[in-house]
Design a protein around this ligand. Structure first.
Ligand SMILES: O=C(O)COP(=O)(O)O
Ligand SMILES: [Mg+2]
Length: 227
């Protein structure tokens, strides 16, 4: 028995960044390992660091220092500054757009949709990365992980993006890669599609409640009716 695919008629689409638009894991892992090396701690394989991405830089650094080891709050705080210094240098060097992303953004703009990025990545890294990968111009607004005092899964960041682009939460569609995106969207009352190729903190993406799974961003267009 096949289940009918839901259809939405949004006026805006809100995109997650890491793991949805851009494959950034190599840069994040490199900055994390440069930090660990500088602090005299054992390096971690990229696959492990992959599971630590999703709740922003302080969480990534904390997990790099504390998984299987101990670190004080003061050590973690100092390490965040070390990570940021290294990530400033490597941010965007290996980052790549996922297949289908540019065509998806172009098609959505062509349909008159307003587009936004809502990421847990700090703004000092988000804006240069969007510029460096050539996609900054597609978005009407960008809400980063330190724009507000809260991040995804708190729906406040999605509400802010909607307010900035002049739509209600019910007129937006979220596209992300993790439970942080799904929970934020559900909290804001908007549908959410999840890509299957991103970073979901080690959680199988098909176990996360959502309105559809995408193996390529272009498949999002199949869910969108013209308003
Ligand atoms: O910086 C992170 O931890 C994840 O960023 P994202 O919200 O764009 O996936
Ligand atoms: Mg993500």
């Amino acid at each position: 028995m096949s289940v009918a695919r839901p259809r939405f008629a949004p006026r805006a689409v809100l995109f997650d960044l890491d793991g949805t638009l851009l494959d950034t894991i190599a840069d994040l892992a490199e900055a994390a390992n440069r930090m660990l090396a500088e602090l005299g701690r054992p390096l971690r394989p990229q696959d492990e660091i992959h599971r630590f991405v999703g709740k922003g830089i302080p969480n990534l650094v904390r997990r790099c220092l504390t998984e299987g080891r101990a670190a004080s709050a003061a050590e973690i705080e100092a390490a965040v500054a070390v990570f940021r210094r290294h990530y400033t240098v490597v941010n965007g060097i290996h980052a790549r757009l996922y297949p289908g992303v540019i065509d998806t953004l172009q098609a959505m703009r062509g349909r008159g949709l307003r587009l936004a990025v809502v990421t847990n990545k700090a703004e000092a890294f988000t804006l240069p990365l969007l510029a460096r990968t050539g996609i900054a111009g597609y978005f009407d607004t960008v809400v980063s992980g330190d724009t507000l005092a809260v991040k995804k899964p708190d729906p406040a960041v999605l509400h802010l993006a909607c307010a900035r682009i002049g739509v209600s939460a019910g007129q937006a569609l979220m596209i992300g890669d993790s439970a942080n995106d799904a929970l934020a969207a559900q909290g804001a009352g908007m549908p959410v599609l999840l890509v299957t190729y991103g970073y979901s903190e080690g959680m199988p993406v098909d176990t996360i409640e959502c309105d559809g799974l995408l193996s390529n961003a272009l498949q999002a267009l199949d869910y969108i009716d013209q308003a």
